[in-house]
Ligand binder design. Structure first.
Ligand SMILES: Cc1cc2nc3c(=O)[nH]c(=O)nc-3n(C[C@H](O)[C@H](O)[C@H](O)COP(=O)(O)O)c2cc1C
Length: 241
């Protein structure tokens, strides 16, 4: 199934022949490299993206990626081309991104009548996690998540914090019980990463798998290499002097 598959259903919402639209929320958690790559992959897959950022997210985006989003995300739209064009995104693909300020509670994603393929919060701060699990919609990112939960649509939260307190863990458990997917910014190392990008795409590939977007960026595990000979019958020499 691809993101453009007209037959694809999204938690009960069919988008006909239109490209699938996802709401991507950015928060003040660290790890904005993940959302950068996620947005690129969604656009490369032919999806439409609604993008919003929290006020704290604006500060972290500036700090981690040097992208200016203003105080409430009001400058993010103007920064989009300079941000994503070097990542290989064309102007036609940029046209498929709608950017909303943190306080744009009039945005389509604030209403359940607006169909989306799902909501992804990447990265998800512990603050946003707590507010989402409490139904406390203080900005558009939290409201979009609130709508996804009430409409039974996909909600992927990508928490980033370490170590985790009991409150954080309880909130994650609560989120899963409410129907959200907790997909931490927690890359594996078994695929032999050589670069930061290798680590980032490992996690982003898992997100794309969970939201039903065809992807080939994340490594797929094919098992361990067969050891030479049969280890069960080989004489064991280790431990001998
Ligand atoms: C550089 C930087 C990195 C941060 N990283 C994290 C993080 O990884 N996880 C987290 O929960 N909060 C992190 N914070 C703190 C949040 O930004 C802060 O709690 C904020 O109030 C979250 O607001 P939001 O949920 O509305 O985005 C970070 C803050 C800064 C400035």
């Amino acid at each position: 199934m691809t993101a453009n598959d007209p037959k694809q259903t999204t938690g009960g919402a069919t988008q006909g022949s239109r490209p699938l639209r996802f709401f991507v929320g950015i928060t003040g958690g660290s790890g904005h490299a993940y959302v950068e790559r996620l947005v690129v992959e969604l656009l490369q897959a032919g999806c439409e993206v609604d993008l919003s950022i929290t006020d704290a997210g604006c500060k972290v985006l500036r700090h981690e990626l040097g992208v200016e989003a203003g105080l409430k995300g009001e400058k993010l739209s103007a920064s989009l081309a300079a941000w994503l064009t070097p990542m290989g995104i064309s102007s036609a693909q940029l046209d498929r991104v709608r950017v909303f300020a943190s306080d744009a509670i009039e945005a389509p994603a604030a209403s359940g009548t607006s169909l989306t393929g799902g909501v992804i919060i990447a990265p998800c701060s512990m603050g946003t996690l707590a507010r989402v699990t409490s139904g406390f919609s203080s900005n558009l990112v939290e409201r979009a998540a609130d709508v996804a939960l009430k409409e039974g649509r996909r909600l992927v939260l990508m928490p980033r914090e370490t170590p985790l307190s009991e409150i954080h863990l309880e909130n994650m458990l609560r989120a899963v019980r409410l129907g959200a997917i907790i997909l931490p910014c927690m890359p594996g190392f078994y695929h032999g990463p050589k670069t930061i990008d290798d680590l980032v795409v490992h996690v982003v590939g898992k997100v794309l798998d969970r939201i039903g977007v065809e992807q080939n960026v994340g490594a797929r595990w094919n098992g361990l290499a067969e050891p030479e000979g049969d280890p069960g019958t080989e004489p064991q020499t280790w431990g001998e002097s």
